[in-house]
Design a protein around this ligand. Structure first.
Ligand SMILES: [Zn+2]
Length: 154
């Protein structure tokens, strides 16, 4: 899923679960669970193929996606410091994937395979060709975000 959804869910788990280490672990694990749900994502193919010169707009989209998520949890949550830790753990798997591209090593490569190939909803499915799939791929993320915002506020 896009970073925005991961951030909101991580923050919501942190807001609702009183045992902090447990909340952090669940925020981390929530990433894989959310990636498993069918969803549409903007392309980061150039980043994944290490075409750094062509990847500028993809990094920009990622930064915007990340920034909006962080901004929203700052606006709607009460205990921002600890909530931010939940958000951080919830996006950590994507951070590890980026790190494995920059500094490839055995452990990060294994994690990347698990994260992107094993758990992630198949990326081969073309959202461009199938409008219903595209709609459902957006809807799943809207629903996850609304639910997370609800738990963050109430
Ligand atoms: Zn991911």
């Amino acid at each position: 899923m896009i970073l925005f959804c991961h951030i909101l869910v991580g923050a919501a788990l942190m807001a609702k679960i009183q045992i902090i280490p447990l909340a952090l672990v669940l925020a981390f694990l929530s990433h894989y669970f959310l990636d498993f749900i069918p969803h549409w994502e903007y392309s980061i193919d150039n980043i994944l193929e290490k075409q750094w010169k062509k990847a500028k707009s993809e990094f920009l989209k990622g930064a915007l996606d990340f920034g909006l998520g962080i901004l929203l949890i700052f606006i709607i949550s009460k205990n921002s410091g600890i909530i931010l830790a939940g958000a951080f753990f919830a996006v950590l798997p994507d951070g590890l994937t980026l790190l494995s591209l920059l500094l490839p090593n055995k452990v990060l490569t294994i994690h990347d395979k698990f994260h992107r190939k094993l758990v992630h909803y198949p990326k081969k499915i073309s959202f461009k060709e199938n409008k219903t799939l595209f709609f459902l791929g957006i809807l799943s993320q809207i629903l996850v975000s609304i639910l997370a915002i609800f738990f963050l506020i109430f």
